[in-house]
Design a protein around this ligand. Structure first.
Ligand SMILES: [Zn+2]
Length: 185
């Protein structure tokens, strides 16, 4: 297992569409374990394989279910597809690939997701609230979509300078990623 470097806005891999997973083998299980390690090391609530430069339709989420952070919803989603959505919610969102930027994003309040687990078993997940938000955010990554794409034209214009700086490799003050171990898994 390994903590992998999270790719930052401007990296072209973040704009690519990830491919369906066809073989449920040890390398997939290692990818899921690495995604979980990386998500926890970066203190994230979700991570898509795209964000570590792996163009496969795999994402993990780890979302607190209460304000104290005593219980979590943890899922590894392979080939996930949203098959139902209802109502809407607006809440602040950030992204490990876009450090320093947080904005309100409108998402469905409830989603039903069909996916496979890392063993290849078919499953359905009904999610609402924060978990539904995290899942929609991660599934967007698998299509090369970032949360800033979902903001108004005006908001995007307002953020352009900060996004351009990230794309040039200028990270915000205080940005301190964990020590990564790429290649050691
Ligand atoms: Zn993200």
């Amino acid at each position: 297992m390994a903590i992998l470097p999270v790719r930052i806005y401007g990296d072209p891999v973040l704009r690519q569409r990830a491919a369906e997973v066809g073989s449920f083998d040890d390398s997939l299980r290692r990818l899921v374990a690495d995604l979980r390690d990386t998500m926890h090391a970066y203190h994230g609530v979700g991570l898509a394989a795209t964000q570590v430069g792996v163009l496969l339709r795999v994402a993990v989420v780890h979302v607190p279910l209460d304000e104290e952070g005593a219980t979590f919803a943890s899922h590894a989603l392979v080939n996930p597809v949203v098959v139902g959505r209802s109502a809407s919610q607006v809440s602040e969102e950030g992204c490990l690939s876009i450090p320093g930027i947080f904005e309100d994003v409108t998402r469905a309040l409830e989603v039903r997701v069909r996916y496979q687990d890392p063993e290849g078993r078919e499953a359905t997940l009904d999610a609402e609230g924060y978990l539904a938000r995290a899942i929609q955010h991660e599934l967007d990554h698998l299509d090369g979509v970032l949360f800033v794409d979902r903001l108004s034209v005006l908001k995007r214009r307002f953020l352009k300078r900060a996004l351009d700086a990230l794309a040039r490799g200028e990270l915000p003050d205080g940005y301190a990623p964990p020590i990564t171990q790429e290649g050691t898994s």
